[in-house]
Design a protein around this ligand. Structure first.
Ligand code: DAH
Length: 379
């Protein structure tokens, strides 16, 4: 047998008879096996069959010692030549196969640079945050500073310092969320039947508006004061399309020598036109707030219909923007300012409502439910 597998008798390779025939057919068979190897792995298998310890060549080399000494050299040389020929064939085949495998790997990895890129979805600012930032930017551009206050506030700053009477219904637990519910029991049942007894001034509650920062800021700073106070506020409300226990306000306060209602109107009209558009009309209607006197609410002509009436303005042509007024002298006195020498105006903006109006959103809950399908429409 002269198969490349090297099975059977190998002595014929080293025997003198038909020696060259055997070698020739070994080379031919080896060449076929090498060409037939389709992968580098297959080629390695073929290589160990052809050249390894069990191979015909190895057997032939082992058989050399049994030859007569005068034949041994020629036979050895012949075997070496065959081995070299086969080794060379394997080397060439390996080059071909590895080039092919590399080509295949590159082809499999090919990137089509003409494909449009997959853009990752990016987060955006919440609509209410956007409105807050915009309001702040408008006031910052005319010299207002941003101040921030605590969300857990005392009864004193939330109500008393703002001239809100002890009997005011906003102080009720049905309106205000108290954290430190002191005074439950006998103390609370005494006094006015219609209203709870006065809460202690240091009783802690979740601020119901951003107005307490008026008092805190003026206590800590001398006039002139020009601040806006963005922040979260809390009320004892159930969540429905137009109410939420948490919402956002921006408080504004300007106090200086000789500030008048004309300053209030000019400043807030400027703000309305910056926010809603340069052609907007504004109007002021009388209102009441304990911490301002006189008090007003400002309306802006509907940015959507221009005043003729539409869904956004509930057919009125006007959009209510904010509450405002001249700072009540009692508030100035509470913080140690002299109402005879300084005056000021204040305003409170509902940022959530601004965002609803601007984007035509009719359900406040969309802002708090984080439904991506809603939020994505505005990204
Ligand atoms: N604090 C009021 C509220 O929460 C809003 C407000 C109205 C603030 C008039 C003011 C103001 O500063 O002058 O409803």
């Amino acid at each position: 047998m002269k198969t490349p597998e090297g099975n059977g008798s190998t002595s014929s390779l080293t025997g003198s008879m038909a020696e060259s025939d055997a070698l020739t057919s070994l080379v031919t068979d080896a060449g076929r096996a090498i060409d037939a190897a389709a992968t580098l792995d297959e080629l390695s298998d073929v290589e160990s069959t052809l050249m390894g310890k069990e191979s015909a060549i190895a057997a032939a080399r082992r058989g050399l010692k049994d030859l007569p000494a005068d034949e041994r050299r020629d036979a050895g040389r012949a075997i070496n030549e065959v081995a070299e020929t086969i080794t060379e064939s394997i080397r060439e085949r390996r080059l071909v196969l590895s080039a092919a495998e590399q080509d295949a790997a590159l082809a499999a990895d090919r990137v089509d640079i003409t494909q449009p890129a997959r853009v990752p979805r990016r987060g955006t600012h919440h609509l209410v945050s956007e409105v807050l930032d915009e309001i702040i930017d408008i006031f910052a551009s005319i010299g207002y500073r941003v101040a921030r206050g605590p969300e857990a506030e005392t009864d004193y700053y939330n109500f008393t310092a703002l001239n809100i009477p002890q009997t005011h219904p906003a102080r009720l637990e049905t309106d205000t969320l108290y954290l430190d519910y002191r005074g439950v029991g006998e103390e609370r049942t005494a006094g006015d039947e219609r209203y709870p007894l006065a809460h202690a001034p240091n009783e802690v509650l979740l601020r119901t508006h951003t107005s307490p920062m008026q008092a805190r800021y003026m206590e800590a700073n001398d006039p002139p004061v020009h601040i806006v106070v963005p922040g979260r506020v809390f009320r004892n409300e159930a969540l429905d399309p137009t109410h939420s226990p948490v919402f956002h306000q921006v408080e504004g306060l300007a106090v200086d020598d000789g500030i008048t209602f004309a300053d209030l109107k000019g400043t807030l009209a400027y703000f309305a036109r910056q926010f809603f558009g340069p052609k907007q009309e504004v109007r002021f209607l009388p209102n009441h707030f304990p911490f301002t006197e006189p008090s007003a609410e400002m309306h802006v002509s509907c940015f959507s219909c221009g005043g003729s009436g539409c869904r956004i303005c509930s057919q009125t042509g006007w959009i209510e923007m904010l509450g405002c007024g001249m700072v009540h002298p009692a508030v100035l006195e509470h913080v140690g300012y002299d109402p005879a020498t300084v005056t000021g105006f204040a305003f409170g903006i509902g940022a959530d409502r601004f965002a609803m109006v601007r984007h035509g959103i009719t359900d406040l809950r969309h802002f708090f439910e984080s439904d991506l399908r809603v939020l994505r429409q505005f990204s």
